[in-house]
Design a protein around this ligand. Sequence first.
Ligand SMILES: CC(C)(COP(=O)(O)OP(=O)(O)OC[C@H]1O[C@@H](n2cnc3c(N)ncnc32)[C@H](O)[C@@H]1OP(=O)(O)O)[C@@H](O)C(=O)NCCC(=O)NCCS
Length: 174
Amino acid sequence: MRRDAAKSAPTLIQLTAESADDAALDEIDAVASAAFDVPQFSAREELRRPWTRCWVAREERRAFAFLIAWHVADELHVLNVATCPTARRRGLATALMRRSLEYAQEQRVRLVLLEVRRSNRAAIRLYRKLGFTAMGVRPRYYSDNGEDAVEMVLTFDPATGAVQPGRDEIRIEV
Ligand SMILES: CC(C)(COP(=O)(O)OP(=O)(O)OC[C@H]1O[C@@H](n2cnc3c(N)ncnc32)[C@H](O)[C@@H]1OP(=O)(O)O)[C@@H](O)C(=O)NCCC(=O)NCCS
C-alpha cells in the first residue's frame, strides 16, 4: 500500500484490543514494515496483552505513525515508535511521544523507559528533545546485527508529576 505524506494536522487515537478492528491492525503493521528494515512485531499479538498501550497518528483515515508501549506497575516502557518514511520530520513521532507522556502523567507513572539502537541518531534526538537521558548500554542487545542498545529514561516527580531534569550517565554520540 502506498502511503503519501499526511497533508494536514493528524488525529491521535488510542487503540485497544476492543477498539482496533482488522483494518486498524493491518495499518499499524503496514507502517511498521515501511518504517523498519527488520520485522518488528504483530500489532494483533501486541494488543492482546492487557498491559499494551497503543496510539496511532491518522490523517484522512489512514495511519502514518504509531507508538506501542507497555504499562506495568508505575513504569511505561516505550517499545516502538515509527513514522512512514513519506511522513517524517513533520512532528508525528513527537506528537505520539507527547501523548504517551501525558498518559503517563495521568496514570501517575514514575519512569518512562526505552531502548534505542546506538546508531539511531534520529530517534535519540527525538527522545532527547522530550527530556529523556541515557542511563546505560545493553551490549549486543539487537540480535539481527549485534548492535548495542542505549537505555533511555524520563522520570516524573512523584509529588508534582513534572518531568524531572536528568543527566546522561553514559556518553553517546548524536
Ligand atoms: C525516529 C522516527 C520515529 C522519527 O519520526 P518523525 O515523525 O520523523 O519525528 P519528528 O518529525 O517528530 O521529529 C522529531 C525530532 O526528532 C529528530 N529527528 C527526526 N528525524 C531525524 C533525522 N532524520 N535526523 C536527525 N534528527 C531527526 C529531530 O530532532 C526532530 O526534530 P526537528 O524536526 O525539529 O529537528 C522515524 O525516523 C522512524 O520511524 N524511524 C524508523 C523507526 C525507528 O527507528 N523508530 C525508533 C525505534 S527506538
